[in-house]
Write a protein that binds this ligand. Structure first.
Ligand code: MN
Ligand code: MN
Length: 410
């Protein structure tokens, strides 16, 4: 009832101020003051962080439909500690900073032209989206089959659990990309590095293992490199040929050109491209969608029955309300570089609140992409049953889209 009272009070205040503004006399008085809020309860005379407040208006003045104390489902790479090297940098968002994100963790990495993310491996699988520039990626599977590929904006890669790999930035300006791991507790700063292992193995054992004189191994670094500068690699075809040898190359490629894919859905409101193991066969544990929402558009009300959703915002401005049952709902705002997280089967929408295209990535710890559309549910249920629940008339019900739009308007 308290919330209901707040709704009423806020609406009364808003309409009251609008009426006064129209009347004229009050407008002049107010114009001399420092932009007073239309609703006096929206003022904040105490300390504030204007740039942060500006980006999070739905936290300070939530829509009246929000209710309860849902934990935050937003974090930002802007808050992450960045590890910087000659050759690039890396920062991460894991469950340690972002407690809701138990199933997935993310890394944002920059490599300069020639900059190398050291040869390494780790327990979780690694899914990647190229944001900017070009990179050469390499991997080898358990049968010694090799993989070397150049990737650019809109491309994906996927390295299964335990598969060793590397990434190198190419000319002219290296690259920047997003990594997603199928374990929220994973740390990118705690991976198995080739140099680290060598440095912590008795030198005579290394010599015996490789069948070479121990002295020949003296140049091996004393500690891990992680990211370092190096000359640019040669031609791609030459690298592919020299590494494949007698074992050949990996039959199911670890990369996918998602940007070149026709959108799975295209409406006036925007479009969506989907990559899961059906289209990107190697990607066995991470499914993803890249969504564009035009100004005024909305990623429709839906939920995902199969997995939690880890989001990364690439461009534009958005707000998302997550509905968590028992009247609980919370709205948060998103900007480029922000991460969002939605628990499995909790209802949500993402609205473009800016005047440019909103672009974001949805990732899931699953082999397949799946969502349930509120509109599709309503329009594929006996109409009388819907009317008895929602008390809406026939014309309204008939106007609701019967097919899953993903992004509205149709
Ligand atoms: Mn990795
Ligand atoms: Mn979703």
């Amino acid at each position: 009832m308290a919330e209901q009272h707040d709704v009423t009070r806020r609406n009364v205040l808003k309409s009251g101020m609008a009426a006064l503004a129209t009347a004229g006399t009050f407008t002049t008085v107010f114009a001399q003051q420092a932009a007073p809020p239309a609703d006096r309860s929206a003022s904040n005379p105490g300390p504030g962080n204007p740039s942060l407040a500006q980006q999070n208006q739905d936290s300070f003045m939530p829509p009246p439909t929000d209710h309860g104390d849902e934990p935050a489902f937003k974090y930002s790479f802007s808050l992450s500690h960045n590890r910087t090297y000659k050759g690039g940098w890396a920062r991460q968002v894991t469950v340690r900073d972002f407690p809701i994100s138990r199933d997935l963790a993310g890394v944002n990495m920059r490599l300069t032209s020639g900059g190398i993310r050291e040869l390494h491996w780790h327990v979780p699988a690694e899914w990647a989206y190229m944001i900017y520039g070009k990179a050469r990626i390499t991997a080898v599977d358990s049968q010694g089959r090799s993989f070397v590929q150049d990737v650019g904006p809109g491309d994906l890669w996927y390295f299964p659990s335990g598969i060793p790999h590397s990434i190198q930035g190419l000319a002219p300006d290296g690259c920047e990309f997003l990594l997603v791991f199928d374990d929220g507790g994973f740390s990118e700063f705690d991976t198995f590095q080739i140099s680290d292992w060598m440095a912590h193995t008795p030198r005579e054992v290394l010599a015996k293992n490789f069948g070479v004189p121990a002295a020949a191994l003296d140049p091996i670094p004393e500690r891990e490199l992680y990211i370092f500068e190096a000359p640019l690699p040669g031609e791609l075809t030459s690298d592919q040929k020299t590494s494949s040898g007698s074992q050949g190359s990996i039959p199911t490629p670890y990369f996918y050109r998602l940007g070149a894919q026709e959108p799975a859905k295209h409406t006036r409101g925007g479009e969506v491209r989907i990559a899961d193991s059906k289209s990107f066969n190697a990607s066995a544990t991470i499914a993803a969608a890249v969504v564009t929402v035009r100004p005024g558009g909305l990623r429709e009300l839906h939920w995902h029955p199969n997995a939690d959703e880890w989001q990364y915002y690439i461009g534009g401005k958005a707000r998302m309300t997550v509905f968590a049952a028992s009247g609980r709902a919370r709205t948060m705002d998103f900007a480029p570089g922000d991460v969002g997280y939605v628990l499995r089967s909790t209802g949500h929408y993402i609205e473009n609140t800016g005047d440019t295209d909103l672009v974001f990535i949805e990732t899931f710890k699953s082999s397949y992409y799946q969502d349930i559309s509120l509109s599709q549910w309503i329009t594929h249920t006996p109409p009388q049953l819907i009317a008895e629940h929602l008390h809406i008339d026939k014309a309204t019900l008939a106007a609701i889209p019967r097919e899953k739009a993903v992004v509205v308007p149709l």
